[in-house]
Each structure stands twice: as structure tokens, then as C-alpha cells.
Design a binder for this molecule. Structure first.
Ligand SMILES: NC(=O)c1ccc[n+]([C@@H]2O[C@H](COP(=O)([O-])OP(=O)(O)OC[C@H]3O[C@@H](n4cnc5c(N)ncnc54)[C@H](O)[C@@H]3O)[C@@H](O)[C@H]2O)c1
Length: 462
């Protein structure tokens, strides 16, 4: 083991690719996994790929991170993180120890035994699966595929992707799945910012294209995570991930719809959820909010909707949940209007401070964040909008949006200068009693001010 690792470490240090011996049998794979000589390649060093690399390095494997973004590659090789909850110190440690190297040269993937794909799977403008990242990765791999390699797709996608899309592209290499290389699907279950689970402790569902692929993929994951859940096929694994996300989307929509009803009935939905949560069985709490955000819940269910059309089915729960969840920012803006009205003010011409730009608390990710929609809706109605987010000093350029805003520093005087403070994300760092004390009016979409005792008359829940 020491010898093979020395080769890998030398490779990581020198940037030169070592010659790999193909691991063609499950026994050879088992030995390479047991003695940690299997070299792990990860494609896409983002919110999923980086924690996965950490998990494999912690388990004693050497890793290669491949990304098409040269800036990320340079930052990683300099021991720097670009994701808030992944410390630079960790990256520096594994780079300095020779356990990890990043690259944008696909030829470096020749040295990897297992290659795990963690590239984005967004929606197109017409809300259909955008498979361009997955497809281009598959083409790139087909050009560099080596006998005996294990290829695993981790990106969230519709059932059938691995077999119908990835396999034919990889086989243009002349190598056959299950005979010359191994192919599997294992969905990522990353939840950025979560403290009670890590990539290593979250059970990993694994579906193989064939029995050998399944066995080898299960062994590769089993060495790094606490529990592997092998399933019958890639399709079962793909569908299980979509089910998890549909489940969240539908239940969040349910509680969001109840929020609208209970608001009219003058019942506090958060108190209702808290009371219902005391039932020790048969109920799991979901919380209302200003709308869905993040890379997963607002997007992934529509991968299934798209696939269902090929089977002459419409996924009515998914569509309805999407409709309700995407209407939530409009409800929040209406609430801001009502709240300002009580002060004899209109949205038009008012100064509004949005607190929290991230799609959920304590993360620095603004993908699909409802805060962006809130800012745009308020601006359309003539409000002058600023934001504060301790995790996002300035708004990054996105595919659909480029707000070009910078986070405003919170002070008592600045809070007072806004007609309305809109809590869109309940970051832990915020001092809510202090915010309420200095604000003129607070619209709270997250029940973040629950514990605030003084100044409750200034608070409107939305
Ligand atoms: N972020 C999450 O919490 C989360 C959770 C579960 C599942 N997922 C799924 O995991 C997948 C990846 O999501 P993410 O959040 O890590 O995305 P991300 O945008 O943070 O990272 C993706 C990375 O892939 C790189 N990339 C894009 N195309 C590439 C290519 N052709 N070759 C190599 N690198 C390429 C990008 O530069 C980026 O660094 C998606 O399918 C997503 O749905 C994400």
C-alpha cells in the first residue's frame, strides 16, 4: 500500500500521470479498495465534488479533482477553498500531503481507477432537463476511458440517464460497459450547512449497470461512507433521489398553501406546525417560507415530469407543488405592501432591506434563491432595495440574473433608514432582537423573530 500511495503522492506532487494497471476483476478491485491504492477521480469540484473529495482523502485514498473551471483548479492547488463550509486548511492539508491535486487536463483521468461525476444538472429556460454538462462529461470520458475503470454518475437526474444517455456515449470509445469498464449511479445527498450529517455518515444508495459494476461501486463507496445501500439497478437509484426531492417539494408546498389559508383565518401557521410536530408518529414537520431555493428541490422534480411525458403521464403533484412554491414570493411582496400600507406608505418609493440572500440559512449559495425573486419583484414595484448577507459580500453573476449588488453593513442608523426590513433567510448570525429594536417595520418570512420579546408590534409574518 505504501508503495502504491507513494506513486500516487508523487503523481500529485509532480503533476505527472502515473501509469495505472487496469483493475478488471471484483477481487482486484476489492484488494485495491482494501489497501487504499485505488485512485479516485472526481469530476466537478463544486458543492458536491469538494466534500466527496474530503471524504475519500479522510478514508485514506488519493484523489484527483477535475474541473473545467481553471480558476477553481488553481485555487484548489494553492490550498484555497471557494465554498464557505469547506475550510481552506483542509484543502491545504491534502494538497501538501500529496493526497489531492486538481486538474483541467482530461488526460490526467487515465490514472484514476474510479471516476465519480458531480457536474450540474439544471433546467433549461423552458424548464426541461439541461443535460449538456452530463453529456459533455460523458464525451470527454469516452475520449479518455481506460479498461477496468469504474464510472459513477452522482448528479441528480431522471431515471434512465445512466443506461440511455451515459452508456452509449461511453461505449463510443470501443469499450463495453460491464465487460471492459464498470458503470453505476449513486445519488449525492449533500445538504450544505448541515452539522449533524456529513458525506461520510449519510447512507449511499448504489445501483450498478450489471452485477460486477454494482459490487465494485458498492466496495468503492463502502470504504469511504458508513453505509452503502445497494439497489437493483441504476434506474432504482436514480428514481430514489428524485423521490426524496419530490417528497420535500410537495410537503413544503402543502405547508405553504396552508400558510396562505391560515393567514386569512388569522391563525399562525408556525404555531400550528409546532403543535402538530408533537405527534410522535405519522407526522414530519415541514416549514413554510418565501419560496423554494437551491440547486435541488425547485429543479429535480421537473426532471421526472419531463421523463413522465415519454410515458404519457403528467406528474400532477409535482406540477401543483411547483405552482404553489413559485407563487410564494408574490405573497410575500403583497404582505410587504400591506405592512407598508399600515404606515401610510406604498412599495413604490419605499426603501426595503432584504436580510439574507442565500437560499437557506448559514450557506453562501444563492442558486434559485427566493431572495433574488423578492428583490426583482420589489424593484418592479418601484421600491429601492438593498440587501445584507454575512455570507455573500456581493451578488455573483448567474445564468439568469446579474444584480450587481453588494451587502450593506448593518448598523442601528442604517436599519432605521429603511421603511421595511424583509427577513428572507434566517441566518444564525443575525441578532434578531437587535434588528427589531432598530428597524421601523419587519416582515418575517421564516419565523426568525419568534423569540423576540420587545417591539413585536413592528413584526408582520409573511
Ligand atoms: N448542492 C447540493 O446541495 C446538491 C445536493 C445533492 C445533489 N446535488 C446534485 O449534484 C450535482 C452537482 O451539484 P453541485 O451543487 O455540486 O454543482 P456546482 O455548480 O457547485 O459544481 C459543479 C462543478 O462542476 C464543474 N463542471 C461543469 N461542467 C463540467 C464538465 N463538463 N467537466 C468538469 N467539471 C464541470 C463546474 O465548474 C463546478 O465546479 C447536481 O446534479 C446537483 O443536482 C447537489
Amino acid at each position: 500500500m505504501a508503495k502504491r500511495n507513494a506513486v500516487r503522492n508523487n503523481e500529485a506532487r509532480t503533476g505527472k500521470t502515473a501509469v495505472r494497471r487496469p483493475l478488471m476483476t471484483t477481487q482486484a478491485w476489492k484488494a485495491a479498495v482494501d489497501d487504499r491504492t485505488a485512485h479516485i477521480g472526481i469530476i466537478g469540484m463544486g458543492y458536491v465534488g469538494l466534500p466527496l473529495m474530503r471524504t475519500y482523502c479522510n478514508a485514506g485514498f488519493s484523489c484527483l479533482g477535475f474541473d473545467i473551471d481553471d480558476r477553481k483548479v488553481a485555487q484548489l492547488n494553492a490550498g484555497k477553498s471557494y465554498i464557505k463550509h469547506i475550510p481552506s486548511a483542509m484543502i491545504k492539508d491534502v494538497v501538501n500531503a500529496g493526497w489531492f491535486r486538481a486538474t483541467s487536463d482530461p488526460a490526467d483521468l487515465h490514472s484514476c481507477d474510479a471516476i465519480l461525476i458531480c457536474v450540474p444538472t439544471p433546467l433549461t429556460r423552458t424548464r426541461e432537463p439541461d443535460m449538456t454538462y452530463v453529456e459533455s462529461t460523458a464525451h470527454l470520458l469516452a475520449d479518455h476511458l481506460q479498461r477496468g475503470q469504474l464510472i459513477v454518475l452522482e448528479s441528480t437526474t431522471y431515471p434512465g440517464t445512466t443506461r440511455e444517455l451515459i452508456k452509449p456515449i461511453l461505449e463510443t470509445s470501443g469499450l463495453k460497459a460491464e465487460r471492459d469498464f464498470f458503470l453505476a449511479y449513486s445519488p449525492e445527498r449533500e445538504d450544505p450547512g448541515r452539522q449533524d450529517h456529513t458525506t461520510a455518515t449519510i447512507p449511499k444508495v448504489v445501483g450498478g449497470f450489471g452485477p460486477a459494476s454494482k459490487k465494485i461501486a458498492a466496495a468503492v463507496y463502502g470504504a469511504a461512507v458508513s453505509r452503502v445501500v445497494p439497489v437493483k439497478s441504476c434506474e432504482v437509484a436514480e428514481a430514489s433521489k428524485i423521490l426524496e426531492n419530490v417528497y420535500r417539494s410537495v410537503n413544503i408546498a402543502l405547508v405553504n398553501e396552508l400558510k396562505l389559508l391560515f393567514d386569512r383565518m388569522d391563525i399562525d401557521v408556525w404555531q400550528v406546525v409546532e403543535a402538530a410536530s408533537t405527534k410522535p408518529f405519522g407526522y414530519q414537520p415541514f416549514y413554510p417560507g418565501p419560496g423554494l431555493g437551491g440547486h435541488c428541490i425547485p429543479i429535480d422534480p421537473f426532471y421526472l415530469t419531463w421523463k413522465a411525458r415519454q410515458y404519457d403521464m403528467s406528474t400532477r403533484f409535482i406540477e401543483l407543488a411547483g405552482e404553489i412554491n413559485t407563487s410564494m414570493p408574490e405573497f410575500v411582496v403583497a404582505k410587504v405592501g400591506e405592512a407598508l400600507n399600515t404606515k401610510k406608505k406604498a412599495i413604490n418609493g419605499s426603501k426595503v432591506l432584504v436580510l439574507g440572500l442565500a437560499y437557506k440559512k448559514d450557506v453562501d449559495d444563492i442558486r434559485e434563491s427566493p431572495s433574488i425573486e423578492l428583490i426583482e419583484l420589489l424593484r418592479e414595484r418601484g421600491a429601492k432595495v438593498d440587501y445584507n448577507d454575512p455570507h455573500i459580500p456581493k451578488t455573483p453573476k448567474q445564468r439568469e440574473h446579474n444584480l450587481g449588488m453588494t451587502s450593506k453593513k448593518l448598523t442601528p442608523a442604517m436599519l432605521k433608514s429603511y421603511d421595511c426590513v424583509l427577513i428572507a433567510t434566517d441566518h444564525t448570525d443575525y441578532d434578531y432582537p437587535w434588528i427589531v429594536q432598530h428597524a421601523n417595520l419587519v416582515v418575517d418570512t421564516r419565523n426568525a423573530t419568534k423569540g423576540v420579546k420587545t417591539g413585536r408590534k413592528k413584526i408582520v409574518k409573511a
